[in-house]
Design a protein around this ligand. Structure first.
Ligand code: ADP
Ligand code: MG
Length: 251
């Protein structure tokens, strides 16, 4: 059975169709790449899959269940999460706190350090901090644990973005341009983290313009153009497809 299945997704903004009848399916523990020119509808597709924007038509299934109308937090709880093209870190919170606020169980008092908390709450807080520290260690971010997220480099912000979704213990992560604005060394490092997570059984859909890095990760590639799927299949073959080359040349 597919982990995630989207059927005939259409999303309009006024009279403009940003996503135009897109269908895709993702197997458990698969890594699927999505490429395509700016404005092709890739991020809008992610918004429909993760629930930030409901599609105007079409259906989304997660492990066979219709989740088309489910809000993002419900999809996240089921194991489906996304990152954003522009990282959404809380600039004036530390890296650690950025991870803590991403956890659904966290309560305001935990961060505000309110004196009066029950021992159960304190225990829960300790467990969460421990989990966040493990995630930071995995991402090589322990050194910047207490740094304000706003001061991080582009690549480190992308890692924090990944750390925030890892707090949710997902089964599938939708990564929106994880390598944009990231230096080559960190691209390799982020790629390696994705590989390790994949080896643990996580599935990914990765939107990316950096085709070399994308090809190295994805077993299958979709190229979108003007809201539609232009080509789909084995990455090398898809990138050599005449229609794809034409779209990339602005034809
Ligand atoms: P991509 O991620 O492939 O670059 P997007 O999904 O961000 O493309 O955008 C697809 C098209 O939809 C673009 O033309 C964009 O301007 C338009 N669009 C995206 N979001 C909105 C919105 N909230 N309101 C109006 N138009 C939007
Ligand atoms: Mg985008």
């Amino acid at each position: 059975m597919s982990l995630l299945q989207a059927q005939d997704i259409t999303r309009r903004f006024g009279g403009f169709t940003a996503v135009d009848g897109v269908s895709l399916s993702l197997a458990p523990a698969e890594v699927l790449g999505i490429a395509g020119t700016n404005g092709a509808g890739k991020s809008t597709l992610f918004a429909s899959l993760a629930g930030q924007q409901l599609p105007d038509s079409g259906q989304i299934r997660w492990l066979g269940q219709d989740i088309s109308q489910a809000p993002p937090h419900q999809r996240a709880r089921a194991g489906l999460v996304r990152t954003f093209q522009v990282p959404r870190e809380f600039k004036s919170l530390s890296v650690l706190d950025n991870l803590l606020v991403a956890a659904p169980q966290v309560r305001a008092e935990t961060l505000l350090g309110t004196f009066w908390t029950s021992s159960a709450a304190r225990q829960q807080e300790r467990a969460l901090v421990e989990k966040a520290e493990q995630v930071l260690e995995f991402l090589n971010l322990s050194r910047v644990r207490d740094t304000l997220a706003g001061g991080l480099s582009g690549g480190q912000k992308k890692l924090v973005e990944l750390g925030r979704v890892l707090m949710l213990e997902p089964r599938c992560i939708l990564l929106d341009e994880p390598f944009a604005g990231v230096n080559p060394v960190l691209i390799d490092e982020i790629s390696e983290r994705i590989r390790q997570l994949h080896a643990r059984g996580l599935a990914f859909i990765i939107i990316e313009h950096h085709l070399q890095a994308l090809k190295a990760l994805a077993g299958r590639l979709i190229v979108m153009d003007r809201g539609r799927i232009l080509a789909e299949g084995e990455p090398e073959a898809v990138l050599n497809d005449a229609r794809v080359q034409e779209a990339y040349m602005g034809g």
